[in-house]
Design a protein around this ligand. Structure first.
Ligand code: G3P
Ligand code: MG
Length: 254
């Protein structure tokens, strides 16, 4: 399998400030073997781990993340989730995240999330530059911005790729074959059983976001999905059917 069957979405996001070093560490403590993180660029071109285009909801800052230099962003804190007594956390750089994940022995699904549509090339290239300077770890690149995945095929063909869609389009297979991806990542709410069957029968893996209900997870597993992105990895990992399996690191021989 490309990744493990339980992937900590933005880290252990239900317990800690999402997409932070703390959320990654907590995911590992809960037994997760893989995390999913989002990467975007600061105004001075530093790849940082963050989900929203705007800072307002997730942090004590405001406005577009892309308008902040890294030095300015460092002063902000990402809120802990509502109801948690955890502390607010800094926004990590991608380099810091990779270092922490390597130390924790975790795999990473890095979602290339350009903060504006036009920044896909810069976001991918800056991320690859950081990846190439970091210690290797099991890695999969994904994006809703398929141009970034096409560029990844050109620039770093050895890193496995996945395509993200909210809803599977009718011509999905054509795109998947063209971009030589290993997996399709789809939204839970729009997914149909026949789609999972079609994708699996075509030789691709299927991972589904964001699944926080154990009952729904069980159903998706019975449909043949390979894994789920969840905000609460501990809940899934306490269920016998969600055992995880580590795969070799990117760059390591078979
Ligand atoms: O990569 C899976 C999932 O994270 C995609 O949605 O909005 O949570 O980044 P989002
Ligand atoms: Mg994401």
């Amino acid at each position: 399998m490309l990744m493990s069957s339980v992937i900590a979405h933005r880290g252990a996001r239900q317990q800690a400030a999402e997409n932070t070093l703390r959320a990654m560490t907590l995911a590992a403590e809960q037994g997760a073997r893989w995390v999913e993180l989002d990467v975007m660029l600061t105004a001075d071109g530093i790849p940082v781990v963050f989900h929203d285009r705007y800072l307002d909801q997730l942090t004590n800052g405001y406005g577009e993340l892309a308008s902040y230099r890294f030095e300015q962003l460092q002063r902000l804190r990402v809120h802990a989730p509502i109801g948690s007594d955890d502390q607010a956390q800094p926004i990590p750089t991608l380099a810091e995240a990779l270092q922490r994940l390597h130390a924790l022995g975790l795999g990473l699904n890095l979602e290339i999330k350009p903060s504006t549509r036009s920044l896909w090339r810069e976001t991918l290239q800056a991320s690859l530059a950081v990846i190439q300077q970091s210690a290797p770890l099991p890695l999969v690149l994904s994006s809703f911005r398929h141009k970034a995945i096409a560029e990844a095929l050109q620039l770093a063909p050895g890193i496995p790729r996945a395509l993200l869609w909210e809803r599977l389009p009718h011509d999905w297979k054509q795109t998947a074959l063209k971009l030589e991806v290993r997996a399709i990542h789809l939204a839970e709410f729009a997914l149909r059983r026949w789609q999972v069957a079609e994708i699996r029968a075509s030789g691709f893996e299927v991972y589904v976001y964001t699944v926080n209900s154990i009952k729904r997870g069980k159903q998706l597993k019975s449909w043949g999905v390979n894994g789920v992105f969840t905000d609460h990895p501990a809940a899934f990992l306490s269920q016998p059917e969600w055992t995880t399996r580590q795969v070799r690191a990117y760059g390591e021989p078979l």
